[in-house]
Design a protein around this ligand. Structure first.
Ligand SMILES: Nc1ncnc2c1ncn2[C@@H]1O[C@H](COP(=O)(O)OP(=O)(O)O)[C@@H](O)[C@H]1O
Ligand SMILES: [Mg+2]
Length: 299
């Protein structure tokens, strides 16, 4: 039994920061431990990227305030968020500190490399990807000077609308196929936090994620919204090829592992799968004790 439990051994362990929990966090059942390490993005030249980013800043760009201002703002339902364990909204649960630490380490790793786009995945379902994505997005958006975008890219089991209490979310397929403009599709939950939700599972998820139109939508969001961070809440990396299909669109991946759930073999499998696709920015140990995953669909 004990060898099924996670003892995380990374191939690159020698270089990584040690996985650490402060004693205060360790006492909190929802605690999240993290290590964020930047690795070079395969096949990408930093000088080329910065030149590319410069091109994106040409004067033809629409005014940033106008673009963000066109997105409707909805207020956060703090009571519901608390029930859904989104602790970074009200910040009275001490576990929110773990997300603030993760936020800061992530920002440092992204800035060092000039990156913005981060996919959040896990080996299997129920490890806390959506929980992490939303908590992290809210923590990031606490800094008024940062613009943050969060997208529900788990096309098979969309969750973020439910967590946020949005009863009639937009349809992501319509947006990704160009039938819904960006400002009508996105919703703001804070002046600097734009979220892309989804109302129903999408057929052919993996194919849609590989479409040039999807890549174009991501590029447009990056160009027009100029976010400091774009988080993509993804499906699990094992069991379907959606993460692999979307990997070319992101700068790196955060891997959420479920404490007492994810095995070291699964972590190694994900590392192998993503190795030449996109850098692993960090591994987050999410201590989701007593989680029932029976209610979830299958991939
Ligand atoms: N650290 C945690 N503490 C308590 N509950 C958690 C924690 N992480 C996740 N959960 C709960 O576990 C369930 C699955 O989490 P979710 O984020 O939807 O997983 P995934 O997106 O990886 O499938 C949800 O009900 C969520 O509220
Ligand atoms: Mg999820």
């Amino acid at each position: 039994m004990s060898d099924r439990r996670l003892t995380f051994k990374s191939e690159k362990e020698g270089k990584d920061l040690p996985l650490s929990l402060t004693p205060a966090m360790a006492k909190v059942p929802e605690a999240v431990a993290e290590k964020v390490v930047a690795q070079p993005k395969p096949d990408s030249e930093p000088s080329f990227r910065s030149q590319h980013q410069m091109e994106n800043l040409q004067p033809a760009q629409p005014d940033l305030r106008t673009v963000w201002g066109a997105i409707e703002e909805t207020s956060l339902n703090e009571k519901l968020l608390k029930r859904n364990r989104i602790i970074t909204a009200a910040r009275n649960d001490p576990a929110h500190i773990a997300f603030d630490v993760l936020r800061t380490r992530l920002l440092q790793a992204l800035r060092t490399n000039g990156w913005t786009k981060v996919a959040i995945t896990s080996p299997t379902k129920g490890c806390g990807k959506s929980f992490t994505a939303l908590n992290l997005a809210l923590s990031l958006s606490r800094r008024d000077s940062s613009n943050i975008v969060l997208m529900d890219m788990d096309l098979r089991i969309p969750t973020l609308a439910k967590l946020l209490g949005v009863k009639q979310p937009q349809n992501i397929r319509k947006y990704l196929t160009g039938r819904q403009p960006m400002h009508k599709y996105l919703q703001r939950f804070r002046p600097n936090l734009a979220v892309g939700l989804n109302d129903m599972p999408v057929q052919n998820a993996s194919e849609i994620l590989q479409e040039p139109a999807t890549a174009a939508m991501v590029a447009k969001m990056e160009r027009d919204l100029r976010p400091d961070v774009m988080l993509f809440d993804m499906p699990p990396a094992l069991g379907c090829d959606d993460v692999l299909a979307f990997a070319p669109q992101v700068d790196g991946v955060l891997l959420v592992i479920g404490g007492g759930k994810t095995t070291s073999k699964e972590v190694e499998e994900v590392e192998r799968l993503l190795k030449d696709q996109t850098p692993l920015l960090g591994v987050i140990l999410n201590n989701a004790d007593g989680v029932s995953i029976d209610q979830y669909g299958s991939y």
